[in-house]
Design a protein around this ligand. Sequence first.
Ligand code: MN
Length: 261
Amino acid sequence: MPLEEYTRKRKFEQTPEPPAKVESKAGHRFVVQKHDATRLHYDFRLEMDGVLKSWAVPKGPSLDPADKRLAMQVEDHPVSYFDFEGIIPENNYGAGTVMVWDVGTWRPLSPVPVEGKYVPGTDAEAAAMLAKGDLKFRLKGKKLNGDFALVKMKGRRPGSKGNEWLLIKKHDDYAVEGYDIDEYDESVLSKRSLAEIAGDEGSREWKSRPAAGRGKLKAAWLADAVAKLDRKNLDKNNLDKKKPAKNNQAVQTAPKKKRKS
Ligand code: MN
């Protein structure tokens, strides 16, 4: 059953993450989430077959073709996960802070380059490339753009789970030599840093900051996602006012050591 593992790992009465639901509409969105769990990593997710195919990338994606980033394939996530930003509570799977680091759309590339250049492919080709372990695609995001490949590692090391891939930027106009992901600690949905989302610092500043400072969002679905997040934050701020202050403290300042993922 699709998303079975996703559901098995989570306690939905505790986590704010969305429940499992397979989308019937075909879509080509992608999201990269920065996730401060037991160990900081980035989750790279491609919308395929009504779910988000997902890889955990410890060092995060890079625009430098010289970087071959280890990417561990993890359980499929529901498509609605693409705009999940917030805090997964202590003692839950993946406990920690999640930022929507990048969003956009992707398209499959044909496995066979034409005159040395990659050209758009079909969904059927993408499914075959994924099964074969060599998925080529083009991203159109706010931070990530251009051609990439996810390549499954064949030589299995002892103790490996067989879920190891490499995320590699292809050479094109969007390649950036020496790309440093740490320079971009900002949510594409809320403009907040990871620390601001966690409430460690600057959360007061966030609450008073007008939502208009985000620039124009061209894609309708992205505008929807931002509007949804605004409503969530508004609800949360209203709740915060009603709740006794010490409840908030307990959630926001709990020690990092206890996190599990
Ligand atoms: Mn994660």
